[in-house]
Design a protein around this ligand. Sequence first.
Ligand SMILES: [Zn+2]
Ligand SMILES: [Zn+2]
Length: 195
Amino acid sequence: MSRPKKLELDGKTPDLGFKVYKLDKSNFHFWQDYNGEEPQELDQQLEVFQTPLQSEWDPKAVITEIMLLEGFPLDSSLTKAAQFKVIVAELLERHGSAWLETDMRAHVNPARMAVIEQAAHNLVKKFHQRCPQCRWPGFDVVRRLPGLPCASCGLPTALTHQWVYRCTQCHYERQVLYPEGIKVADPGHCELCNP
Ligand SMILES: [Zn+2]
Ligand SMILES: [Zn+2]
């Protein structure tokens, strides 16, 4: 059996670079209401707003500012439009078609990152819920039982009546009644009152 080869850089210079950001003034003009009485001054202000960008704007800085305003993280990857067009043209020539889609990878997609962040918070919260009997972490809901009584006739409905928590370590179970704080079901959910 041969040992796996050592990782080699095959002559390429590795990318060891990193970016440094500092807080700076915006690349955009911010409109300030004019309260004076000199039409010329207002004229000058309007002149400045012919373009929304500051005179010494830098494309990279503007893209970074827009990305931040739009909620993209600082490590989002960017490809120049021209480079992108070349890649697509090459693919089209070679294969006749190309599939384009938004980048949904978890580490570059802000919507997915928000969901993952929430999942992490939920996991931490769950971890802190300890079994009342053995103190094992992760005491969590394993079943939701129906049977919330109808407000009008009292018959059990299909709505959740209780949650069952279970310990994965000692298997202790605890039922929690009316977990959502609602004690009766709207008769609209009742088989008898609303067949
Ligand atoms: Zn337990
Ligand atoms: Zn009913």
